[in-house]
Design a protein. Structure first.
Length: 130
């Protein structure tokens, strides 16, 4: 996102310097001078379009399907009905002295006690491997 915003900003700056934009209103001017600055403005606009239209959506999609939790993953004691069991949960919220989370192994929402944050935030294999 930083590269896209820099390319857009540099493109607009070059458009003002070449006269492709009016200084008073900021609208595009009808006539634009030719030269290396105009080519630089065109290149910056093309780079910004490429970054905003292709690179950023790919990065966002990759982050959405890479198999990692978007919040903390904790290990808690969960009552399964047959006694307490240690389980890995994706934390959804805190409730009293426990946590409400998504049990990764059982695919259900559970309440857990005695939480401990795990460093491993991988929930499943990435989408492209499954």
């Amino acid at each position: 996102m930083t590269l896209a915003s820099c390319a857009l900003r540099l493109g607009v700056i070059v458009e003002y310097r070449t006269g492709r934009r009016e200084r008073d209103s900021g609208r595009r001017a009808r006539a634009s001078p030719s030269g290396w600055l105009e080519h630089a403005a065109d290149a910056a606009a093309a780079a910004a379009l490429l970054l905003a239209g292709v690179v950023l959506p790919v990065v966002a999609l990759t982050g959405a399907v890479d198999g990692r939790a978007w919040t903390s993953v904790v290990e808690c004691d969960v009552n399964t009905g047959q006694g307490n069991e240690r389980a890995r949960l994706v934390e959804l919220g805190r409730e009293g002295n426990g946590v409400v989370g998504w049990d990764i192994k059982r695919d259900e929402v559970v309440s857990g006690l005695n939480r401990r944050v795990t460093e491993d935030d991988v929930v499943r294999a990435p989408w492209w491997r499954s």
